[in-house]
Design a binder for this molecule. Structure first.
Ligand SMILES: [Zn+2]
Length: 285
């Protein structure tokens, strides 16, 4: 019976971790890898609502990438009240972008388009649209208008859609997975982690240092001494020893070095050599 419970809770834990990973991927905008795994058991673990959101978001992103706002506008209509509540500019940006694409082709077509969709445009966008119409034929447009005619506007729309998506579905801006990792890092991080590269300290690894850069350290009530040569704990069984240059290492590491180097020890910090019997024991208080 006990085994069954353990197995089940292990499965549940795996599921929670998986769901947090999915949320992390969604927030980073890496939805495609999830969708490609549709037939895997991992994908089946998602709730129907989550699956629906992923499928819909992927098709909207694909549509935006192919320079079409059709699906995104449908999504805006479905989520009109939430977007309005947030005073979102997404719908106006979509209509404006489609207007610009029409304008690139033909001014009359663009005029027809703006007449039909003017109710979806906020005042500021109507003014911009008018300015663009006047300047459309000019080869050298002022930089504040030229930008509207460039392809990078589509990338901005894609970025904005991802943000709107998290807001509308109430996903936290930072994923719980990243939050949990950062929490773990904070409890382990010491104020010396930025300066020293201690062996066996998970935070002192290059990847973790990158992640922990902005994080604060927590107050440590107890501390342990770790030998910088062997990475072993320094305690009464492996006491700390001080070299004449005041650097401290563990007795075992120095003893091992002395056995290999004919009674001599080498300080990896200052690159000096000393006799093993010059080392003195340090007492921690
Ligand atoms: Zn460290």
């Amino acid at each position: 019976m006990g085994n069954v419970i353990t197995k089940q809770s292990y499965k549940e834990r795996q599921l929670i971790i998986y769901q947090e990973k999915v949320m992390f991927l969604q927030q980073k905008g890496w939805l495609s890898p999830i969708i490609q795994k549709q037939n895997t058991s991992d994908y089946q673990n998602l709730t129907d609502v989550e699956k629906e959101i992923i499928i819909e978001a992927n098709s909207i992103l694909k549509d935006l990438k192919s320079k079409s706002v059709k699906l995104a506008l449908v999504w805006c209509k479905q989520n009109q009240s939430k977007l309005k509540q947030r005073q979102s500019t997404f719908q106006s940006n979509l209509v404006f972008q489609e207007y610009i694409e029409n304008l690139k082709e033909d001014q009359w077509k663009a005029l027809e388009y703006i007449r039909n969709f003017t109710n979806l445009l906020q005042q500021e966008w109507r003014e911009k649209a008018f300015g663009c119409m006047l300047l459309a034929k000019q080869t050298k447009k002022p930089s504040n208008y030229q930008i509207y005619f460039e392809d990078q506007q589509w990338e901005q729309l894609i970025r904005q859609f991802k943000i709107e998506l998290y807001e509308v579905y109430c996903y936290p801006m930072e994923s719980p997975l990243l939050g949990a990792i950062k929490c773990g890092i904070s409890t382990l991080k010491t104020q010396y982690c930025d300066q020293l590269k201690a062996i066996r300290c998970p935070i002192c690894t290059t990847e973790m240092q990158e992640l922990s850069k902005e994080l604060l350290t927590t107050q440590k009530l107890g501390s342990t001494w770790i030998c910088r040569i062997s990475g072993e704990l320094m305690d009464e069984n492996n006491p700390p020893m001080m070299l004449p240059n005041h650097q401290v290492y563990s007795q075992k590491a120095l003893q091992q070095m002395s056995d290999q180097m004919k009674e001599e020890v080498y300080c990896p910090i200052t690159k000096e050599k000393f006799k093993f019997n010059q080392c003195i024991r340090v007492y921690l208080t």
